[in-house]
Design a protein around this ligand. Structure first.
Ligand code: ZN
Ligand code: ZN
Length: 256
């Protein structure tokens, strides 16, 4: 699996883009950033988008991306998420008022630009050659993380969450097939009250999650850091021993 980081931060500052990971050129995991860091050919090649939840830092790239791909001469781009997420995108993001509804606008092949597809939680679903499982996590609004892969290679993507259980239980069932985990860590321990109120992880609560995966210790890539707390979060992460942790950065490309 090949992964390109279009954005991996939990806040926006120059050079720090909101979350969007491009998997094998054709599948976008969250759409906080699309058009700012993917060129037009990369955008045209996207066939499926997995949305963890409706917050703008995970969906806000989609309205402008949708305009860019009206000239696609292809099938619709499939946008997958929970019923709650798909309803929120339809009713509050691209609702025909704040932005056009791109499920009603046709691309150059005559297909709707976007198609919204509800993904059942905790069921393996075939999406673009992968098996995908959406698993509810613990955030301020209904949110899912994902297990994604095929054959012997799977990745975990946590979505936005505080302390949670189900995703680690399901991931553990993959055993050695779980090659990498992408896990959020948004705040430093010093402001754990903010993390708790906004349902995010700090280095301390991250370590607690990683222990739930033991004895599995997949390579762990950390994302969704709030850029204003980078220094403090890094300090906290240094105290976590015995795990293979890597901080993601925008424009990183990974082979898994
Ligand atoms: Zn969120
Ligand atoms: Zn977020």
């Amino acid at each position: 699996m090949k992964l390109k980081v279009l954005g991996c931060y939990g806040g926006q500052l120059p050079g720090k883009n909101l979350t969007g990971l491009l998997l094998n050129n054709d599948t976008l995991i969250d759409a906080g950033t699309v058009g700012l860091t993917a060129d037009i050919e990369e955008q045209r090649a996207i066939k499926n988008i997995l949305i963890s939840h409706a917050h703008l830092d995970h969906t806000g790239g989609m309205p402008f991306y949708s305009v860019n791909i009206v000239s696609n001469k292809t099938a619709s781009v499939n946008v997958y998420g929970s019923q709650f997420t798909m309803d929120a995108v339809q009713n509050h993001l691209m609702n025909g008022v704040t932005w056009p509804d791109f499920t009603k606008i046709k691309n150059f092949a005559g297909n709707p630009v976007l198609k919204y597809i509800t993904i059942e939680p905790k069921v393996w679903t075939a999406i673009g050659g992968y098996k995908v499982m959406a698993i509810p996590v613990n955030h301020t609004i209904p949110t899912v993380g994902f297990l994604i892969g095929k054959g012997n290679t799977y990745i975990l993507y946590s979505g936005d969450t505080k302390d949670t259980d189900e995703i680690w239980v399901e991931a553990k069932k993959l055993g050695k097939k779980l090659k990498a985990a992408f896990v959020e860590v948004a705040f430093p321990d010093e402001v754990d009250f903010l993390a708790e109120a906004s349902c995010h992880l700090t280095p301390k609560t991250l370590e607690k999650q990683l222990r739930k995966l033991l004895p599995l210790k997949p390579k762990t890539y950390l994302y969704h850091l709030k850029p204003e707390y980078m220094k403090e979060i890094k300090k906290g992460l240094k105290k976590i021993k015995g795990f293979k942790l890597t901080l993601l950065d925008d424009a990183d490309t990974l082979k898994i």
